[in-house]
Design a protein around this ligand. Structure first.
Ligand code: GAP
Length: 435
């Protein structure tokens, strides 16, 4: 269903998925903190991605590189020269805009002045800091604007230590930083965000086939995340709009509540990065095919996934409102493996006799799955609360439990209830949850 950003942002704040960063100080522009449920959802997304694309494949390995790299990396990668957005400033109120995101013939959105913008200038998006006690040019370093470059720079060490043969890939999940001129739309465009990236090293003659294979794998992932597939669109990026390193890029777009925007990107980066790092470092990066003895610089297919954009697409796809009796039930229909809480234990009353069974049961289940324990308010209200955070199963302990040693298990999606013996509960949940 279509959902407004307002509903998603409110649910995220009230239920503990995502909060404004530094909230008690009035926030910090466009910074967001993941709360108790948000961090579980985000971790589940990252773990599912790592399992699908790294640990379950023999042709993939992972790394976790430093955020700050030698500044020569960004010279060789082209980021210092070309990782820029066109910036204009209103001469009257000094508000700054991305020139490609506004109509320069129209009035300034902030002060209403017309014919007011400066000529566009190139604004580099990399965030700078200093390493060590000197704050000068010799100590300047950049927070990485993409996780990708470490996979190129580490390529020789990864290849020799893991003894991989082309085709193979290196993956990484981690933070990236961009001094975006106009961040916004909640967690869609941030200055500090997370990426899940793969650099897949291939023989140049193989690139078209590999590109299609990776595009299909990215679509498979989208389905596994429960993202509405009818809201997904592939955009073949026109030649004159390609990034400086790319020979072909397909952007996978999603119909976010604020419009159709980029969710992921798939690029054919050729040998651009390995060749440039080879030249700039003076250490040529070559691969020798063990069978043919052919020496060549591997080419690269790069599937790039934003963690935060995945989470936003998962949230907006999972959101459902359903009429139940005279009420509207809000239910987050997360795929079970992504749900932040897998099971909630709800004693029917606060009486000790029930808590004595229910609390140890919750502790036992928590050893396997993220488990919630809730004994306040009516059972109906507690079910609604769990629906709103997308908990697949609620386990109710009632007075009959004391006699028949069984509990009622309620399914989030069907709302059907089933009596399950306590002795079989773990097996039952494990089968239903698939984990
Ligand atoms: N290594 C290639 C690369 O970084 P990109 O299209 O600039 O390509 C890849 O970024 C992905 O990172 C995007 O598809 C998006 O999911 C995510 N992303 C990029 N900028 C972002 C931002 N400012 N905030 C949140 N996510 C962002």
């Amino acid at each position: 269903m279509d959902v407004s950003m307002e509903k998603i942002v409110t649910l995220c704040k009230t239920r503990g998925f995502i909060f404004p960063g530094s909230d008690i100080y009035g926030g910090l522009a466009n910074s967001w903190d993941y709360g108790p449920l948000g961090v579980e959802l985000k971790n589940n997304i990252k773990q599912a991605w790592w399992k699908k694309f790294v640990t379950s494949r023999l042709d993939m390995v992972g790394i976790d590189a430093a955020l700050l790299m030698n500044p020569k990396v960004w010279e060789a990668s082209g980021h210092l020269a070309t990782f820029t957005d066109p910036l204009v400033e209103c001469k009257n109120c000094h508000e700054r805009y991305r020139a490609d995101q506004i109509d320069l013939k129209k009035a300034c959105q902030k002060c209403g002045n017309k014919d007011t913008f400066t000529e566009p200038s190139s604004f580099n998006l990399m965030l700078k800091t200093w390493l060590g006690p000197k704050e000068d040019a010799t100590a300047t370093v950049y927070f990485r604007p993409e996780t990708a470059q470490a996979m190129f720079v580490d390529f020789p060490l990864v290849m020799t230590s893991s003894r991989k043969r082309v085709p193979f890939g290196i993956a990484q999940i981690g933070k990236a930083f961009r001094n975006e001129i106009t961040p916004g739309n909640f967690i869609f465009r941030q200055r500090e965000f997370e990426q899940m990236e793969i650099e897949y090293f291939i023989h140049p003659s193989d690139w078209e086939k590999q590109f299609e294979t990776w595009l299909a794998a990215m679509h498979e992932w989208i389905v596994e995340c429960g993202i509405t597939t009818s809201a997904i669109h592939d955009l073949e990026v026109p030649k004159d709009e390609l990034a400086h390193y790319s020979k072909r890029t397909v952007d996978i777009e999603y119909d976010f509540p604020f419009g159709k925007k980029e969710l992921y990107g798939l690029a054919y980066r050729t040998d651009f990065d390995l060749t440039n790092h080879g030249k700039a470092s003076g250490k040529e990066i070559l691969y020798t095919d063990p069978e043919t003895n052919e020496k060549y610089v591997p080419h690269v297919i790069e599937p790039s996934f934003g963690v935060d954009r995945t989470l936003l697409a998962v949230l907006t796809s999972a959101y459902h409102e359903e009429a139940v009796e005279d009420e509207t039930r809000v239910v987050m229909k997360f795929p079970k493996h992504l749900a932040p809480v897998k099971v909630a234990v709800l004693p029917l009353s606060k009486k000790d006799e029930l808590a004595n069974v229910a609390y140890p049961l919750a502790e036992q289940l928590a050893k396997r799955w993220r488990t919630d324990y809730d004994e306040t308010q009516s059972i109906g209200k507690r079910y609604r609360r769990q629906d709103e955070i997308g908990t697949p199963f609620c386990v109710t302990v009632d007075f009959e439990t004391l006699e028949d040693k069984a509990v009622t298990v309620r399914d989030r999606d069907t709302m059907k209830q089933e009596r399950v013996p306590l002795a079989e509960l773990e097996n039952y949940l494990s089968k239903q949850l698939g984990c």
